[in-house]
Design a binder for this molecule. Sequence first.
Ligand code: SF4
Length: 97
Amino acid sequence: MKNQIHNKGRRTILKGLFAIPVVTIAGFQSTANAAMLSADDPTAKALGYTDKSTTEGQSCANCNFYQGDTAASGPCTIFPGKDVAAAGWCKSWVAKA
Ligand code: SF4
């Protein structure tokens, strides 16, 4: 009886441990597969987003809000759930710290 209770508790702990990586991987995939931000998005329009910067020396790739590292596109904290082009730009551009 005591062993059954002990085993049940161990199984519960193991299930919890296995659940953590699944949640982490699922969260990572949703960010990695985000849709590209459209220039027609109302917030994008308000901030003058373009997928090809015309401002010398400024692009998403060197903006502090860009989360895509060296990728051609990636997340931007200003546009949650969407990817922006590394070559893009908007009025919220701030030099990478
Ligand atoms: Fe690009 Fe604007 Fe996002 Fe900076 S804030 S990464 S310039 S979309």
